[in-house]
Design a protein around this ligand. Structure first.
Ligand SMILES: C[S@@+](CC[C@H](N)C(=O)[O-])C[C@H]1O[C@@H](n2cnc3c(N)ncnc32)[C@H](O)[C@@H]1O
Length: 208
């Protein structure tokens, strides 16, 4: 497991450079996934500069966005504030996002209540049991990150940050796949899964 203090310092250094823009733009696959769900309560893990959290909020959800980098979160909060004061451009979107400082591997948040849990371009396998518990029954997960196919293009990229072939659907094999993608020949190889947690097997018709 990565040392959180070292990881926080590493990302704070990156985000302290105003020229560092992270993903540059919201993830369009996450935006589409969020838009396909009724408005609810969403959680974006390792949110970086908050573009994805804002995209989920634009789809009508209330969003909690968690990251270890206080420097990144400060930039995300400024971006949201600017959106809100920008001549009505925000339309309340920013007000639906709360940025929280914390370690996703020790999340200061309750499980079992989120309609959507998303995570893009962060990988620590210890996180998956928590995500599976965090999504409410009937809620959804969106997960996307690099696959090992990336190592062909960038051999010095850390393998531990890359999904193995087929690993992502296997981690959610008992969930209903809503959409997925994994193409090792993609010029930008990643795996994406949008999947719904089964409703409890023991629901009582019309009941409690
Ligand atoms: C590659 S960036 C991805 C940011 C964003 N999800 C995106 O897709 O643009 C990885 C992010 O993970 C955050 N991070 C790393 N370790 C973390 C941890 N243990 N808990 C929370 N965030 C973490 C970093 O601060 C950084 O913002």
């Amino acid at each position: 497991m990565t040392d959180p203090a070292a990881e926080r310092a590493r990302w704070n250094r990156k985000y302290a450079d105003p020229a560092f823009r992270g993903a540059h733009a919201p993830n369009q696959r996450l935006a589409a996934a969020a838009a396909s769900l009724p408005p609810g309560l969403a959680l974006d893990l390792a949110c970086g500069l908050g573009e994805n959290a804002l995209a989920v909020a634009r789809a009508g959800h209330r969003v909690v966005a968690l990251d270890l980098s206080d420097t990144g979160l400060a930039r995300a909060r400024v971006a949201v504030t600017e959106l809100e004061v920008g001549a009505g451009v925000g339309g309340g979107v920013g007000a639906r996002v709360r940025f929280v400082h914390g370690d996703v591997l020790r999340p200061p948040l309750r499980t079992g209540l989120w309609d959507l849990v998303s995570c893009a371009y962060f990988l620590d396998r210890a996180l998956f049991p928590w995500i599976r518990a965090a999504v409410r029954p009937g809620g959804a997960v969106f997960y996307e990150t690099f696959t090992e196919a990336r190592l062909r293009l960038q051999p010095d990229f850390p393998r531990r940050f890359c999904l193995r072939p087929g690993e992502l659907p296997e981690l959610f094999r008992d969930w209903e796949v809503l959409s997925s993608r994994e193409d090792p020949e993609d010029p930008y190889p990643y795996a994406m899964l949008f999947a719904r947690r089964p409703k409890t097997l023991y629901s009582v018709p019309g009941g409690c």
